[in-house]
Design a binder for this molecule. Structure first.
Ligand SMILES: Nc1ncnc2c1ncn2[C@@H]1O[C@H](COP(=O)(O)OP(=O)(O)O)[C@@H](O)[C@H]1O
Ligand SMILES: [Mg+2]
Length: 451
């Protein structure tokens, strides 16, 4: 605002000086031009003047040089008045400086001694028969000054108008840009010190809106990661603690109790061995997940018979299935070859089969179905066990997510499986309805896409 005011004041001053110069200069130029024209005309008839007859020649000079709207005085070289267009000859004289006496016209703004009126005077030396006289044109500046004042007032008012307009426009601009930016800075600086629950609530337009939404999304992501980290720590500690408690319990019992029978001893060792397996599995899963998250898990892709991989996977879960009275049926009769990492895919299939058995009701069927088209292979593992709520399905592939604490699992299986399938350029999806049961489907491209 200060800058606007300063600029306007400067502008107004320059305008005032320029207009003043222009008007006064205009009057001076008109006077000089007239005097010069008249002088040229007069010189042609100069010879006719007879200096002895002053009254005649003076009135002739007067008639020749007179200009409407001005008063004309004629002075001697010594500055005394000898004629005036008003007819009144005043006794007051003028100062005649060397410039004037040297033949150069001179103009100045003066105040008339009697009326104090502001006037522009042009002193114009002329030669009449070799003798120097000085003409003085006096033009009133009252009207010009009035006009000047009017122009100044009008320009001042419009200047104030412009200043107000600029003020309100910049105020509006500040409200629509500066305020949102201040708000965004305020919120983001709170985020910067760790408060990620805060959000930019206003819905701004344009780039500011994009910025606000990006910051909000960033905070969402950080919160999600924070939650994941917390779940991770609590899940991992819980999952590690359970088998360790079993191992510790049994080993202490066997150590302390001197009368342990060989059967009890075997049972104890059996538990210790199983719990160690669980620990090994969990730590292995955690390592896989961390490699997958850091993109450091490299696939060893080779032409692989997927029907064989499926058969091996089924074989490895057969005992578990039988224990539950479940029958695993494999629908795949022909050779199916794809460029995949066989071991990793077996891990995925075992995971899906393991889930199907785990969440099946006893004495039901599980169907593993392998099919292909030109470019893709489709594997589905279907069971008729617990149904997953539609709302929960997208979360099943989140690390540590379990629909219910089932005690036997870490919630890492599907997260790892999805990541492995993604690495192959494929897709893992799960459907679950009471009519169709739960169906986990993997679609894989047969060949590595050239890129
Ligand atoms: N076939 C299925 N039927 C019902 N629920 C399933 C099935 N497969 C997976 N789920 C649900 O998804 C969750 C995550 O599975 P997963 O990642 O393999 O972990 P985990 O098997 O260790 O529980 C399971 O805990 C279960 O709630
Ligand atoms: Mg599982």
């Amino acid at each position: 605002m200060i800058i606007i005011m300063l600029t306007l004041t400067l502008g107004e001053t320059v305008l005032a000086v320029a207009v003043h110069h222009y008007f006064y200069g205009g009057i001076r130029d008109t006077l000089i031009e007239h005097a010069e024209d008249a002088n040229t005309l007069y010189r042609r008839f100069n010879d006719r003047i007879i200096l002895n007859h002053w009254s005649n020649s003076l009135s002739e000079v007067m008639d020749n040089f007179r200009l409407k709207g001005t008063t004309l005085f004629i002075y001697n070289a010594d500055g005394s008045m000898i004629a005036s267009s008003t007819g009144v000859i005043s006794s007051s004289s003028i100062k005649t400086d060397s410039e004037l006496l040297g033949g150069n016209p001179l103009s100045r703004v003066e105040y008339l001694p009697q009326t104090k009126e502001k006037v522009m005077s042009l002193y114009y030396p002329i030669q009449i028969k070799g003798k120097l006289f000085i003409l003085r044109y006096v033009s009133s500046l009252a009207r010009v000054d009035r006009d000047l004042l009017l122009i100044l007032i009008v320009s001042l008012l419009s200047g104030v108008g412009i200043a107000l307009l600029v003020f309100f426009v910049s105020l509006k601009l500040a409200q629509s840009i500066v305020m949102p930016i201040k708000h965004i800075i305020n919120v983001s600086s709170k985020m910067a010190v760790g408060n990620f629950s805060i959000r930019i609530k206003q819905d701004y337009r344009n780039e500011l809106g994009v910025l606000a939404r990006t910051l909000n999304a960033m905070a969402d992501e950080i919160q999600k990661n924070e939650r994941l980290q917390n779940t991770f720590i609590s899940s991992v500690s819980h999952d590690l603690l359970t088998p360790l408690t079993g191992i510790k319990g049994w080993s202490e019992t066997m150590l302390m109790n001197k009368d342990t029978t060989p059967e009890e001893f075997r049972e104890g060792l059996n538990v210790i061995s199983k719990e160690s397996d669980r620990l090994k599995q969990l730590v292995g899963d955690l390592l896989d997940l961390s490699k997958l998250k850091q993109n450091t898990l490299a696939l060893n892709r080779q032409k692989t018979r997927l029907d064989e991989v499926l058969k091996q996977a089924v074989a490895s879960v057969q005992i578990k299935a039988a224990a539950k009275g479940c029958q695993v049926i494999v629908n795949s009769s022909k050779k199916m070859i794809a460029e995949v990492d066989g071991n990793r895919l077996q891990q995925v299939i075992v995971n899906l089969l393991d889930n199907a058995i785990k969440f099946s009701h006893a004495d039901t069927q599980i169907i593993a179905d392998l099919a292909e088209d030109e470019a893709t292979i489709r594997l589905s593992v279907k069971d008729w066990g617990i149904i997953v709520d539609a709302k929960e399905i997208p979360k099943l592939t989140d690390p540590f997510y379990q629909t219910r604490a089932n005690g036997r699992g870490s919630g890492l299986g599907l997260a790892i499986s999805k990541n492995i399938v993604d690495l192959h350029g494929g897709r893992l999806s799960i459907k679950s309805t009471p009519e169709t049961g739960t169906d986990a489907v993997i679609v894989l491209p047969k060949n590595i896409k050239p890129n």
